[in-house]
Design a protein around this ligand. Sequence first.
Ligand code: ADP
Length: 422
Amino acid sequence: MSVSLGCIADDFTGATDLANNLVRAGMRVVQVIGVPEAGAPAPPDADAVVVALKSRTAPVERAVSESLAAASWLRTQGARQLYFKVCSTFDSTPQGNIGPVAEALAALTGASIVPVTPAFPENGRTVFMGHLFVGEQLLSDSPMRQHPLTPMTDASLVRVLQAQLRRGRAGLVARRHVAAGAEAVTAQLASLRAEGVTMAVVDAVDDADLHVLAEAAQALPLVVAGSGLAIGLPRWHVAMPCQHAAALPPAQGASAVVAGSCSAATQAQVAHFVAAGGEAFAIDPLLALAGRDLVTEALSWAGPRLSRRPVLVYATAPAESVRAVQARLGADAAGALVEDILARAARGLVERGVARLVVAGGETSGACVQALGVTQLRIGPQIEPGVPWCHAVRGSDGLHLALKSGNFGGVDFFSRAFQTLT
Ligand code: ADP
């Protein structure tokens, strides 16, 4: 059996989020980190492969070339449809990267019209008349308007997308067409195409709308979407949902959490873990700047504790502390310093027997996965929405990993994660 659905995700935890939805719908999914070598075979027994890129805010040409390389590899593995996974808040700038990457993939696959929707109603992302809502707010009224890299100040996705397109035209499949069913969506896509539209934003305000769009899109070579559309596409790729899609090898070995996110949810999770008497080691970047070897200190601290209970190594800190470090180093260098410490700590923990590892933070996850030399993850059961357990093979050993986007998960995520893993 070869791969049927080939996915390209523009960031790391977004890739896991997409994979999680595909698995929940019964597909067997493997996530690969970066574009595999041209001749590298796809993992056996995968119905879908998600290539995780870090292209959301990369220079446009790099995002395009990496996405094309991923697409070509996926097509040689048999993928009959490509899914370009973007952020559910459509994070991008007038230069891209959603539009240029989508156009390049459309050219590669010969797609004459491409449905586009970041809708994910379960997570409060809905699209109506082409306008994206975050909960009850228009995107442009939500906190996303102040995002440091991709401020979203216009909720009209047709306008946002049009500004990014180099050749094509953006159009709209409105809710009234979606409510009328898959045939009506197909007819509207055909009439837009006849008018010269190449990218069609599709309204979706509930799960039923996404199922309609999935049916209408099932034979198209390319879709552009958040992770929401993944609730509907799998049934068009696998005849029978696999009952064991989320099955992973049994977990053995010690447990640890590495947290580098300073998002509100992670702050609360760290505070909850510590308040409940959990074993925790704080990384203070100012001490590292003063010359202390915090990785060695953290690992000697963790060593005797690992056989007893999960340990937490964290740099998570309130905004004032982060600002103090950034004032000394600049934001990028401060981030890189902390990521490097946490990634080396993660590697040291695994060398000392940790085989179930939770990482909190998108960038932090990227750094840790790289330091651990992980290139492929099989996606397992969901811990909480958007965060599944994954399994990586490292030499003769296995490692269970949960990569948590900073703002995901309830307050007891760190303990709950280990309880859900058998
Ligand atoms: P999120 O998913 O919440 O955005 P990330 O891991 O992507 O989390 O980003 C958090 C960034 O903040 C990382 O670059 C991390 O290294 C950095 N960071 C974490 N703790 C601190 C700290 N105490 N001081 C400065 N930077 C920090």
